[in-house]
Design a protein around this ligand. Structure first.
Ligand SMILES: [Zn+2]
Length: 212
């Protein structure tokens, strides 16, 4: 039941997203029909008749990140943390993104850590920042840097680290066709970059053995 509600809510949000001024829904559906033909299909056959409409709706969910400002999620902070100034880590946040070179899914996990100065943020907000940037066409290196940069700019922590481990379907389902290969990227800022012990602590928390 909860699952159903969530999907319904996601669809509702997708419907409410602003539609770009210079492209109509009909034009977008027509573009899907062209790609179906390009693949060798007959877009008029029964099973495919409603597909363009479904794909266009799905795009509103997959690319919902274009209509949010991830930094806004971090504006509400908590300052009553009893002087807590140790590392906070959110690990294994699952996400889906889309490779901007092939428009193919990137499926992976993201780990985020930061050492706060005087304010912390609700933990779900870090996952929302990830969603805001991942629900767009991306390259993994840029996605990693954008999340770290956003947290660094808004929360102004002592340091922040972001590690992403993801599988690129443009590599596993075509091209070199290598299954089971994942790509790891990391962005370390502030104390995570300057202090090897902080960095090692973060990597230990997320289960990656770091040097130093
Ligand atoms: Zn690609």
């Amino acid at each position: 039941m909860a699952q159903k509600l969530t999907q319904k809510a996601a669809k509702k949000i997708a419907k409410e997203l602003p539609i770009p001024a210079d492209v109509s829904r009909e034009q977008a559906e027509q573009a899907v029909r062209v790609l179906l033909k390009w693949a060798g299909e007959d877009p008029q056959r029964e099973g495919l008749r409603d597909t363009p409409a479904r794909v266009v709706s799905a795009y509103r969910e997959w690319f919902a990140g274009y209509s949010v400002d991830p930094a806004a999620y971090l504006k509400r902070t908590f300052e009553e943390v009893a002087g807590y100034d140790e590392m906070i880590v959110l690990r294994d946040i699952e996400f889906e993104s889309y490779c901007e070179h092939h428009m193919a899914p990137i499926i992976g996990r993201c780990h985020v850590g930061y050492v706060p100065t005087n304010k912390v943020v609700g933990i779900s907000k870090l996952a929302r920042v990830l969603n805001g940037y991942s629900k767009r066409f991306q390259v993994q290196e840029k996605l990693t840097a954008e999340i770290a940069g956003c947290i660094n700019d808004v929360l102004k922590p002592r340091g922040v680290g972001v590690v992403i481990d993801a599988v690129h379907q443009c590599m596993t389902t075509r091209g070199v066709h290598k299954r089971g290969v994942s790509m790891i990227t990391s962005k370390m800022l502030g104390s995570f970059r300057e202090d090897a012990r902080t960095r090692a602590e973060f990597l230990r928390f997320i289960g990656i053995r770091g040097a130093g």
